[in-house]
Design a protein around this ligand. Structure first.
Ligand code: DON
Length: 569
């Protein structure tokens, strides 16, 4: 390991500078991905991409590299990289077979649907999203160990070792990470251990200073030596349960021991001859994205022009319908019957398509249900190895820096993923609460997610690896990267950079990224009956595409968020 790490990628500066002076749609038309002949890792921090790339170069497969990258992100990208959260891994093997590892957090045994109500029966958003009770039983370490036991090639200890080294030796803080940490400390740090972990006795770190995390290094060493037992049992389990007791949380030793990651069958769809592989429940992402693509397959999108008014109209109507299904049907399929087959069928797509008028916005019915808040921090990374094995990982603490609770002595942040359960039975209202039964908290249940790690193939060959953070916008971000590649023939960097839109049924409006549509386009959409909101950034889709001619790996780090890096060899 290099230590401390002092250099950064020229390409990243190029993108940052380009973005500083050019509107994003211009960058989208000019950008080139990073090219490599063998393996590629694209993640939200270039240091973690280096770690994964080094594993590939040392002979590890894509799963090995994904595990090492994931542990490194837990050190260098504390807002979303984690060992105290959970997520999903979608894998496509060189022979075309696929699998998914579900390491989503689970509700503790003491959970119940009304757990976010106070003594007077009033719903408390603070308890739901910002308390020790908002912490789900973490899944990341179990998920990585499961993936490694099933499909890894390289020694486990070697995969954890770079993260240990960076936590111990420290790494240099970029301007954006120093700023992000300072903001977090000011607004959301919840415990003295959190302040100790991310500041110098309460004084924020400045750009260029070195962040060392010795408690985290010790926890990672236990995981390195004992695998999942180094987290779910012994010293780490003791530290987690003590933290829970101090903060009125409900996770017990039994919850930690019982946690298990699950291997699941992937969601499969097709779009204009391409195979779409994505994450099944407890993610809503794969199902909702395939529904959208099935609707859109019946329209000639390319002839409409990218982000033209008719294009945005049709895509947002498809989004509206897929998100309505999501609210009605999707939840943890271990607890609730989810009609996955029906929702992802071409027949369902055709039926929904038939309900779309060519030039008139539909109306979302708030009386059906309304959608809750999801915060903007999670992280996605993509890996392809020399044999063509592809791994797509999205994992999260839910909010940026999760619950804001660092486990004292453990050096890692706990998630606030319980906030992804519905608010409480019958609590659906116009303010944004949902109270439908499918996604209510129950012991051992996994909360519904929007994370959509995905892989595209065609004629038995790998085409692309895609995913993003961004709460509910994730599903739409991933769908648009795929549309940009398939319908508009963009290279992967252009497809990632191009401005995105979002519609999630309720609230009934289209959000369009800054520079994503002209005033005339917005006027046309409004004339069709749409409400349009311009501005803001959407997601961070760190993606890979395979050059169909040379089979080179093309890595695209998303320029929307700092520090991301594509690393190939
Ligand atoms: O699982 C989910 O869908 C959310 N907890 C993800 C949150 C998220 O993406 C925040 N990201 N930027």
């Amino acid at each position: 390991m290099r230590s401390p790490h002092r250099w950064r990628a020229v390409t990243l500066w190029t993108f940052a500078l380009a973005l500083a002076v050019l509107p994003i749609d211009v960058v989208a038309q000019t950008a080139e991905p990073v090219r490599a002949s063998t393996g590629m890792v694209v993640s939200q921090h270039w240091l973690a991409s280096d770690v994964g790339r080094d594993v590939l170069a040392a002979g590890g497969n894509a799963i090995d590299a994904a595990i090492a990258t994931g542990f490194a992100l837990a050190v260098v990208h504390p807002a979303g990289g984690n060992i105290g959260g959970g997520g999903f891994m979608v894998v496509r093997f060189p022979n075309g077979q696929t699998t998914a590892i579900d390491f989503r957090e689970k509700a503790p045994l003491a959970s119940f649907p009304e757990m976010w109500l106070d003594e007077k029966g009033e719903y408390s958003s603070d308890v739901h999203h910002r308390s020790a009770k908002s912490v789900g039983v973490p899944g990341t370490v179990a998920g990585f160990e499961r993936a490694h036991k099933l499909y890894g090639d390289m020694d486990w200890q070697r995969l954890v070792s770079p993260a240990v080294a960076i936590a111990e030796d420290g790494f240099e803080l970029s301007e954006s990470l120093a700023r992000s940490l300072a903001g977090f400390l000011e607004r959301r740090a919840r415990t003295p251990a959190t302040v100790a972990q991310f500041s110098k006795d309460g004084t924020p770190y400045a750009e260029g200073e070195t962040l060392r995390q010795p408690d985290l290094a010790r926890t990672l060493r236990r995981i390195q030596g004992e695998g999942r037992d180094g987290f779910y049992r012994g010293e780490t389990a003791r530290l987690i349960t003590e933290e829970m007791q101090r903060g009125d949380g409900i996770i017990t030793r039994a919850d930690l021991e019982l946690y298990e990651a699950r291997e699941r069958s992937t969601i499969h769809g097709s779009y204009r001859g391409y195979e779409i592989i994505s994450m099944p429940p407890p993610s809503s992402g794969g199902v909702a994205m395939v529904t959208m693509l099935n609707i859109l397959e019946g329209f000639d999108l390319a002839s409409l022009g990218h982000n033209s008014a008719p294009y945005i109209h049709l895509v947002s109507e498809a989004m509206r319908r897929a998100f309505r299904d999501r609210a009605h049907y999707l939840a943890d399929a271990d607890f609730v019957d989810v009609p996955v087959h029906e929702l992802t069928s071409k027949a369902h797509g055709s039926k929904l398509r038939a309900s779309i008028a060519a030039d008139r916005a539909s109306v979302s019915e708030p009386s059906d249900i309304t959608m809750g808040y999801e915060s903007p921090e999670t992280t996605h990374y993509s890996v392809v190895d020399g044999n063509g094995m592809a791994v797509s990982v999205t994992y999260t603490l839910e909010s940026g820096y999760g619950s804001g609770i660092v486990v004292s002595g453990g050096g890692f942040l706990l998630n606030n993923e319980m906030g992804d359960f519905n608010a409480g039975p019958g609590l659906t209202d116009d303010s944004g609460l949902i109270g439908t039964p499918a996604n209510l908290a129950r012991p051992q249940k996994r909360m519904l997610s929007s994370m959509t790690p995905s892989i595209v193939a065609r004629d038995g060959r790998l085409v692309a690896v895609v995913g993003s953070p961004g709460g509910r916008t994730i599903i739409n971000t991933v769908a648009q990267v795929i549309l940009n590649v398939i319908d508009f023939g963009m290279n992967i960097q252009m497809a990632v950079n191009a401005p995105r839109i979002h519609h999630q049924w309720l609230p009934d409006r289209i959000s369009i990224e800054g520079g994503g549509a002209s005033a005339a386009t917005v006027e046309r959409l409004e004339a069709m009956g749409h409400t349009v909101r311009m501005g803001g950034g959407q997601g961070s889709a760190n993606s890979i595409m395979i050059d169909p001619r040379t089979r080179d790996r093309l890595g695209a780090a998303d320029p929307r968020r700092s520090d991301a890096g594509a690393r190939g060899h």
